[in-house]
Design a binder for this molecule. Sequence first.
Ligand code: ATR
Length: 305
Amino acid sequence: MAMTDSITATTRICAVYGHPIKHSASPAMQNAGIAALGLNWRYVAFDVHPDNLREAIAGAKAMRFIGLNLTVPHKLLALQMVDVIDEAAKPWGAINTIRFEGRDGSNWRPLAELPSDIETEIRSVGFNTDADAIIRSLKEDLSLEIRGKRVAILGAGGAGRAAALRIAQEQPSELWLYNRTESKAAEVAAQIEQTIPSIKPRLGIPKNQVDLLLNATSLGLKPDDPMPIQGCGFDLAQATAVYDMIYRPAETPLLQAAKTVGCKTANGLGMLLYQGAKALEIWSGKSAPIEVMRQALHCHVYGHV
Ligand code: ATR
């Protein structure tokens, strides 16, 4: 039996903390990736109440976990609880990945590169792999590069805000923001104008053709939800491609309707895949085995590859 087949005294741990956590697909995806890389690691999920998050992160550090993922509701809170924040994570005001690092002389090295029993000072470093995952998913799953494109985003909650800010960085030619509560869309627009002055977001629904319509609202999660474009006057035939951040169900009514009128479509599973792949790369320093992770994720979420 290969070393990686069984848990031994040198097996290292990665984990995801969330509340709730039991439906997380990350353990299935990450353990498949870890096995394919031949690492003697395991990735487990813990239900951590926000009141205990600081202690749980300290515990992982004391036990020399390789790293952590953070999911709802910990991504904002954890920002205050790490020793160092990666520069690229700072604009997002949220982290979803922690890497533990040990001091090696005057350098810090990922714990993955150090023996588990080495006596050294350890620090936690926070990263955000969610933001780039949306851009990568649009590219891989819809063959869409945002630069110079017309984009309309529905929703200005946590997910919509992050998507709008990250998409704005890619320099679309038009960026439309629509939200039930318009003041929230206006806040996001103001933040974009402040940080990326070349982009002037427009509030509301475009009248003309767009290259991408992106749903970042929660409408579509429940079977009896109305479509997120219902009553807003947008005709799906105006969109070349439609992306729904929701991936359960695999095909929301929005995606079904979009397919019917000939739009290219993709759901948000790619975002989950690419944020996870990037986290594994941050911990291991190796290229993530994307196809293995994609298959494990599909199997877990949809019950088939
Ligand atoms: P997330 O972190 O998933 O973005 P959120 O911050 O609660 O969750 O945001 C949910 C998004 O779905 C918001 O854009 C919300 O619109 P409001 O800002 O007006 O609340 C949108 N949403 C949720 N239920 C909705 C509904 N019934 N009709 C229209 N939009 C809805």
